[in-house]
Design a protein around this ligand. Structure first.
Ligand SMILES: Nc1ncnc2c1ncn2[C@@H]1O[C@H](COP(=O)(O)OP(=O)(O)OP(=O)(O)O)[C@@H](O)[C@H]1O
Ligand SMILES: [Mg+2]
Length: 502
């Protein structure tokens, strides 16, 4: 249905694509994988008319096409849901669904007609947002699904999904997998980018791997490729190779019992009810729950973004966080995988992004370190986290996953005493995920307190000493040791601990 070949794209001195080709057949789910910065988004942006290549061709049904923009591509049946969320936050849900012109009746925009068209698609995706609500007021997952809905309403023949599940909770991701299959059965060609490799293997019929702007595995039958082979192709070496850090098991907390962070009888109206919880120096404590269960409110309370009433939160220095800014100066780092909330200064160079927090933390009394020193220090972080980008490049020029790593670098640079992590590895490739986990374990071993929420249950199981489970704003129990497994955790989140020993 679609054949791209010889695509070339440079950004300044960076070769994003170096003669890349891909074929998409009707009725297939074709996975595209590769490390952060490998060129995946660049490839799909070219196919969908968002970016123009310097060389190469695209054929649709055997005829050469050249899209001037995404709208032209959409008109010819190529729709993309891009990695960056593109909802129009001030428009309503319905208005968001018809970006290229709302359906009209007798010359007037017809809300009724919009609803009639949208409802079956919203149903299929399993969301039911009030149609007149502002899209910006929807939770991240719903905004992601809204964009997928928008793409489907264009009735595409080629549907491109660039990390569609990175913002979705498990249940929604499963539903999306079903939808993807059904679309392929109807004869669409689906091109699917994801860093969740198990998910990729489950739903893809074929897989293409990119590395450093080149195809290293072209359209292989997914049944013939196992996970190890996939990782080896992506990284250019097996996962356990010399450049891949070993998965160091979390050392036992240094001072078990000595509470460094504590919540006492904390209620946050509408979110948390009478929660008490402690985390010791050196401890990695997981916070788990379904949407709205209260586990994320704990992070907000620790970061000074939600006020307990009543109740109190104490940080390692004995003080309570009075505001988000105060929490930062008290040594709390808040790292979120939410692309909207990552707080990068996109038009500023990486070194400035990385060094701002520690600078802020020094207060006005500190003297400004030499710029060259900041640049050197930043370069160290780039190497440690294997961020692909020059220290002087603007943050906006980095791939999605590399931007996420810069967020981490910026907080690590501030040398926090408490890490509050919310889905920190969302959108980050397997190599970097392992790397990041090793860093978190290292920081815990140095005596930092780590609180982590993650929609990736495997991440909690791998990383945490103990996971506290929430339901309806309350703590319902915790899991550790041999009981800390994915199935147990999932069961506890969904059904609580009724009938089982705590
Ligand atoms: N607008 C841009 N300006 C400059 N460089 C860019 C731009 N967009 C992408 N790049 C560079 O091109 C390369 C490929 O980026 P791309 O976004 O295609 O990677 P990706 O495979 O999608 O990575 P990720 O998994 O992190 O999303 C990277 O080195 C990136 O820094
Ligand atoms: Mg990308």
């Amino acid at each position: 249905m679609l054949v791209a070949s010889g695509l070339v794209k440079h950004y300044g001195g960076v070769t994003a694509l170096d003669g890349v080709g891909i074929t998409l057949d009707a009725g297939e789910v074709h996975a595209l994988v590769g490390e952060n910065g490998a060129g995946k988004s660049t490839l799909v942006k070219i196919i969908s008319g968002v970016v123009r290549p310097e060389g190469g061709t695209i054929d649709l049904d055997g005829a050469a096409v050249r899209f001037a923009d995404a709208r032209q591509a959409a008109a010819q049946g190529v729709a993309i849901v891009s990695q960056e969320l593109m909802t129009y936050d001030d428009l309503t849900v319905l208005e968001n669904l018809f970006p290229y012109g709302a359906p009209r009746r007798r010359g007037l925009v017809s809300t009724r007609e919009m609803r009639r068209l949208a409802e079956p698609v919203l149903d299929e995706l399993g969301i039911d947002p009030p149609p007149h609500i502002r899209a910006g007021d929807l939770p991240l997952a719903d905004r992601q699904l809204l964009e997928i809905c928008r793409a489907l309403l264009q009735e595409p023949r080629v549907l491109i999904l660039d990390e569609p599940t990175s913002a979705l909770p498990r249940a929604a991701a499963d539903r999306l997998a079903d939808v993807t299959w059904r679309l392929a059965e109807r004869g669409l060609a689906v091109l699917y980018i994801s860093h969740f490799l198990e998910e990729v293997m489950r739903i893809a019929t074929r897989v293409t791997v990119l590395r450093d702007g080149r195809v290293v595995l072209p359209g292989a039958d997914a049944a013939d490729v196992d996970l190890d082979a996939l990782v080896t192709a992506m990284l250019g070496q097996p996962a356990g190779g010399p450049a891949a850090p070993a998965a160091v098991p979390a050392a036992a907390p240094r001072r078990p019992g000595g509470a460094a962070v504590s919540l006492t009888g904390v209620t946050v109206p509408g979110r948390l009810r009478d929660v008490s919880l402690t985390a010791a120096e050196g401890e990695i404590v997981g916070l788990a729950g379904l949407q709205g269960a209260g586990h994320l409110a704990v992070l907000d309370a620790v970061c000074g973004r939600a006020r307990p009433s009543p109740g109190s939160v104490r940080l390692p220095d004995g003080r309570s966080p009075r505001s988000a800014r105060h929490a930062v100066t008290a040594g709390v780092a808040y790292i979120s995988g939410d692309r909207k909330g990552r707080g990068l200064m996109l038009d500023k160079p990486l070194w400035e992004n990385i060094t701002t927090v520690s600078w802020l933390g020094q207060g006005r009394g500190g003297f400004l370190p030499r710029r060259s020193r900041l640049v050197d220090r930043s370069r160290g972080h780039l190497e440690r986290l294997r961020i692909r980008g020059d220290v002087r490049a603007r943050a906006s020029d980095l791939s999605g996953g590399n931007q996420q790593k810069v967020v981490l670098a910026k907080w690590l640079d501030a040398d926090p005493s408490v890490l509050a992590l919310d889905d920190p590895t969302r959108g980050v490739d397997v190599g970097a995920r392992t790397e990041l986990h090793a860093i978190v374990r290292g920081l815990a071993a140095e005596g930092k307190v780590v609180l982590i929420a993650s929609s990736d249950l495997a991440e909690l199981v791998e990383l945490c000493h103990r996971v506290v489970v929430f339901q309806h704003g309350r703590v319902v129990g915790s899991l550790s040791g041999g009981r800390l497994t994915e199935p147990e955790l999932s069961l506890a989140m969904n059904a609580g601990f009724a009938g089982s020993a705590r």
